[in-house]
Design a protein around this ligand. Structure first.
Ligand SMILES: [Fe+2]
Ligand SMILES: [Fe+2]
Length: 220
């Protein structure tokens, strides 16, 4: 598979991604770039990737390597749409250095390239591994931390928060009705996330309906 053990290779990839996210964010000096969040998201995606890869019998190392690398170019350009394809180009020479065989390297690069919009800028057949990486990314995008982010951003305006939660609830329920993930295990984990968010948002909305004076039924 390459030089050293799988864990050694993954550690090197992790360090490469972490350092690059931090370096690009500080070079661009844009206060909206949050390398800590991006790195934490990357780590969680790697765990979801491992879980889904094992259940789907995909190649676990190729999936985890791609999960670690998937957002490596997230801060490179204002055009967010390109960060998958750009990331594959950044990953490739580094994966050569780690001694991955050409087929393994290209599989990792393909998963990174297509995770945003399904399109790579080089020829490669579709892979199970790329579907797993895409699912792992989406599972984290609907995690419990997102509940905190949405609520914190709107905490000073309760009425606005409830309006936003109602809109969000519609989207979540829509996702729950459809099958938006690409693998069976990804779908199960994604639904777990959706149920959690739907439960919390519904509770907050119900609670907001109690934020009024109770009206008693007229007596005698
Ligand atoms: Fe991404
Ligand atoms: Fe991501």
């Amino acid at each position: 598979m390459g030089i050293g053990s799988a864990n050694e290779r993954l550690e090197k990839i992790a360090r490469f991604v972490h350092d690059r996210l931090t370096e690009v964010a500080s070079r661009r000096a844009n206060p909206n770039l949050d390398p800590d969040y991006r790195w934490q998201h990357t780590l969680r995606v790697s765990h979801y990737g491992r879980m889904v890869a094992e259940a789907e019998r995909a190649d676990v190392e190729l999936v985890v390597a791609a999960c670690l690398l998937h957002d490596v170019a997230h801060f490179d350009q204002d055009d967010w749409q390109e960060h998958g394809r750009l990331g594959a180009g950044i990953a490739r020479p580094f994966l050569v250095e780690l001694g991955y065989a050409p087929a393994e390297r290209e599989s990792i690069c393909y998963s990174v390239a297509v995770h945003v919009d399904g399109r790579a800028d080089f020829e490669h057949p579709e892979t199970l591994e790329s579907r797993v990486v895409s699912d792992a990314d989406n599972i984290d995008r609907f995690g419990s931390y997102r509940i905190i982010q949405l609520c914190t951003a709107n905490v000073d305006n309760y009425r606005d928060l409830i309006v936003k939660l109602k809109q969000r609830l519609g989207t979540l329920e829509d996702h729950r009705r459809k099958r938006v993930m690409e693998t069976k295990s990804g779908h199960d984990l994604f639904n777990r996330q959706l149920d959690l968010q739907i439960g919390v948002f519904k509770a907050l909305i119900e609670e907001s309906e109690l934020t009024s004076l109770p009206e008693l039924s007229p007596t005698g």
